[in-house]
Design a binder for this molecule. Structure first.
Ligand SMILES: [Zn+2]
Ligand SMILES: [Zn+2]
Length: 129
């Protein structure tokens, strides 16, 4: 999805730990400490891109998602409809970018994995690697 506009909303990715067969490795340990809800945009339901957090209710959104939502519903939280203020969640952004993602074809046996950060860099600078 969103193939024509990959930088619009959240990251449509699969994390390395989201495979029970990897339960013994380090990724699984990292994954165990992370609640997928914590890194999911409440609007697009993908992994947060440029995350912001609502101070009042704690919900998190992509900058772009909440920006568009606020054009229609200024200052409201789309989850609970209270008035919110949002702030960039730099710590969460760093946390998400350091997570390992895996190839979407991993069920077909592809072993490719990469940090989300690296993957984003390679998209921005295709000759980087
Ligand atoms: Zn989003
Ligand atoms: Zn909320």
């Amino acid at each position: 999805m969103a193939a024509c506009n990959p930088n619009e909303f959240g990251f449509d990715v699969i994390f390395a730990w989201e495979d029970e067969k990897d339960a013994q490795n380090q990724n699984a340990q990292i994954g165990g400490a992370i609640n997928r809800d914590d890194i999911t945009c409440a609007i697009c339901l993908l992994v947060l891109r440029e995350p912001v957090q609502a101070v009042d209710c704690g919900h998190r959104f992509c900058t772009k998602c909440i920006g568009e939502f606020h054009l229609i519903n200024p200052g409201k939280c789309p989850k609970d409809w209270q008035d919110i203020q949002v702030f960039p969640d730099v710590g969460k952004k760093r946390e998400i970018l350091s997570l390992k993602i895996r190839c979407k074809n991993f069920t077909d046996g592809c072993k490719w994995q990469n940090e989300l950060r690296e993957e984003e860099a390679s998209k921005m600078f295709p000759n980087f690697n």
